[in-house]
Design a protein around this ligand. Structure first.
Ligand code: HH2
Length: 279
């Protein structure tokens, strides 16, 4: 199984939703052959990890039965895992178990509760914070101090996972998961608080609704998901600059460029004598 690269830049996780209803790429690669082809495109663009999901977690999404989720993700994981590191984006232990059996080595868990699966199989685990469940999470999210509450929950879950024997742990603030526009911006602006826990931090802002609002035209209509690349790149760069070790994105090639830029050694005048041929 290929390991994720650990060069001069943070890791880029490419999103591969094998779903009919994901908010940005829903239905685009719902057939296994389309999904595998898309996975190879993400690899060619430089993805270190391909995150395969069979159930949308967008606000209002309906739950998918486990057998249907398995039918969606397993053939895709089997086909891609010899070529790239694969994570499975699921909240169901039975799906995570089968995905690991099919070659996934990272459980991307938006419920932050599947660490026993990761411990049992010796694979990595992403603990993402969310308030509520997709059906209702955007109804009226409230916190006294969103940064502290997110940090405390993730630190507690990560400690439980470490005690259970999980050695690769990522924590993720869960942008958009039971968060208002202001909560999202505050979590991003104070990502250093999560980095200071000492755990590896990952962030997923790619094409999310708060970026559509930032990119609204003069009529106030939010930009559609495909028009949110500038905000996606800006927020990924902002997160990486604060110490995030991985970003989860739809636009892999562009994000790899941003990660390379952030990863360059800084303040080292004279380390390169290369000149450019022109503008
Ligand atoms: N966001 C989504 C899904 N999984 N996992 C982590 N760790 N962090 C995130 O921010 C995150 C995630 C939602 O995005 P997407 O998969 O593109 O959409 P959908 O849930 O509609 O399939």
């Amino acid at each position: 199984m290929p390991e994720a690269s650990t060069g001069e830049r943070a890791l880029v996780m490419g999103i591969l939703n094998v779903t009919p209803d994901s908010f940005s790429d829903g239905g685009s690669w719902f057939e296994p052959e389309q999904a595998v082809r898309r996975g190879h495109e993400l690899i060619a663009q430089g993805a270190d990890i391909v995150d395969v999901g069979g159930e949308s977690s967008r606000p209002g999404a309906v739950e998918v039965p486990a057998d249907e989720e398995l039918r969606r993700v397993l053939p895709v994981i089997e086909a891609l895992s010899p070529h790239v590191r694969v994570s499975v984006d699921t909240v169901k232990a039975v799906v995570a178990e089968a995905a690991v059996g099919a070659g996934a080595t990272l459980v991307n868990d938006v419920s932050a509760s599947l660490w026993p699966v990761a411990a049992r199989h010796g694979v990595g685990w992403v603990a993402m914070h969310r308030q509520g469940t997709p059906a209702t999470m955007q109804d009226d999210p409230r916190y006294d101090d969103v940064v502290r509450e997110v940090r405390d929950l993730l630190a507690a879950r990560a400690a439980a996972a470490r005690d259970a024997g999980v050695t690769e742990i990522w924590i993720d603030p869960g942008i958009g998961f039971g968060k208002t526009f202001d909560h999202n911006l505050e979590l991003l602006a104070r990502l250093d608080v999560l980095v200071a826990t000492g755990h590896q931090v990952m962030v997923g802002t790619s094409r999310k609704a708060f970026l559509g609002r930032l990119a609204a035209g003069p009529d106030g209509v939010p930009a559609p998901p495909a028009g949110r690349l500038p905000g996606s790149l800006a927020t990924a760069t902002y997160a990486l600059r604060q110490g995030a070790g991985m970003v989860r994105v739809h636009d892999v090639a562009a994000t790899v460029q941003a990660a390379l830029l952030v990863g360059r050694p800084r303040g080292d005048a004279g380390t390169s004598t290369e000149t450019e041929d022109g503008w």
